[in-house]
Design a protein around this ligand. Structure first.
Ligand SMILES: O=C(O)c1cc(=O)[nH]c(=O)n1[C@@H]1O[C@H](COP(=O)(O)O)[C@@H](O)[C@H]1O
Length: 267
């Protein structure tokens, strides 16, 4: 999906919500476990219930890989089921030497047909650019992450006065364009968003960490929104595990709708 279609979808749905599909077999309602593919059945019901309130879905690949070939099958069925109106993110956090990155890109963009993939920047330009060679596909580069470990390296100050994450964002922004490169910034780091917007005013940002991790949607909007909206805000556990009863999908829809209504007030 290209940038203008994504923006159109956001304006039409009055939402920039991304629903995470971190589907954990140990957490899904018991009655689904008797079905042939419980993970896919759960995702299908979540997608049906939430698709009017969100513009993107982000399966975290770990939750599928953990089940071996069957998990990959559940993932493929899920990605094929997501309506083409919705932006898809393979949350795989990949990145390796160039020829290997190229094969990761083929796996997620051609074999699985995702619109985008999360990529770790640590190995530098030649580990990221192979993902940028696919027409109409996106890299979502880890900028400043939501987890406590973001303090360990990302926030360290360099001799030029920049923090590591600022250097990563400004350096990498030359590898792609606002049409094929987005950044992850944790909602728990909203205080850094104004600075980040100075470096990349036009790029889309994927913001995880509202809901279960406690980030504030209001702060994300206040410091992170740009003229094209420029935000995809992800919530996973707060939506998909809102309720473990047989009516889990209805509860997920209610949670997604609540967030969508908060977003609509700013669109
Ligand atoms: O790349 C990500 O999506 C990501 C980056 C980050 O900094 N923090 C983060 O939580 N995530 C992912 O976003 C999702 C957050 O899930 P919830 O905390 O349940 O909303 C998980 O799939 C995480 O792997």
């Amino acid at each position: 999906m290209n940038r203008s279609t994504l923006i159109e979808q956001i304006k039409e749905k009055k939402s920039f919500l991304c629903v995470g599909l971190d589907t954990d077999i140990r957490k899904i309602p018991q009655h689904l476990l008797d079905l042939d593919d419980p993970i896919f059945e759960f995702n299908k019901q979540i997608i049906d219930a939430t698709k009017d309130y969100c513009v993107a879905y982000k399966p975290n690949i770990a939750f599928y890989e953990a089940h071996g070939p069957k998990g990959w099958e559940s993932l493929k069925k899920t990605i094929d089921y997501i309506p083409s109106t919705h932006f898809t993110i393979a949350d795989a956090k990949r990145g390796d030497i160039g020829n290997t990155s190229g094969l990761y890109a083929r796996a997620f963009f051609e074999e699985m047909n995702f619109d985008s993939i999360t990529v770790a920047p640590y190995m530098g330009a030649d580990s990221v650019t192979p993902f940028l060679e696919f027409e109409g596909k996106w890299v979502i580069l880890l900028g400043l992450t939501s987890n406590p470990g973001a303090e360990d390296f990302q926030q360290l100050e360099l001799v030029n006065g920049n923090k590591v994450y600022q250097e990563v964002i400004s350096g990498s922004s030359k590898w792609g364009t606002k049409d094929n490169l987005m950044y992850v910034v944790g909602a728990t780091r909203a205080e850094a968003l104004a600075d980040i917007r100075e470096i990349i005013p036009d790029s889309f940002l994927l913001i995880p960490g509202v809901g279960a991790q406690g980030g504030s949607l209001e702060d994300v909007i206040k410091y992170g929104m740009n003229d094209d909206i420029g935000l995809l805000v992800n919530s996973t556990r707060g939506i998909i595990y809102a309720d473990m009863s047989p009516s889990f999908a209805e509860s997920a829809a209610n949670e997604a709708k609540k967030i969508q209504q908060q977003m609509a007030a700013f669109l």
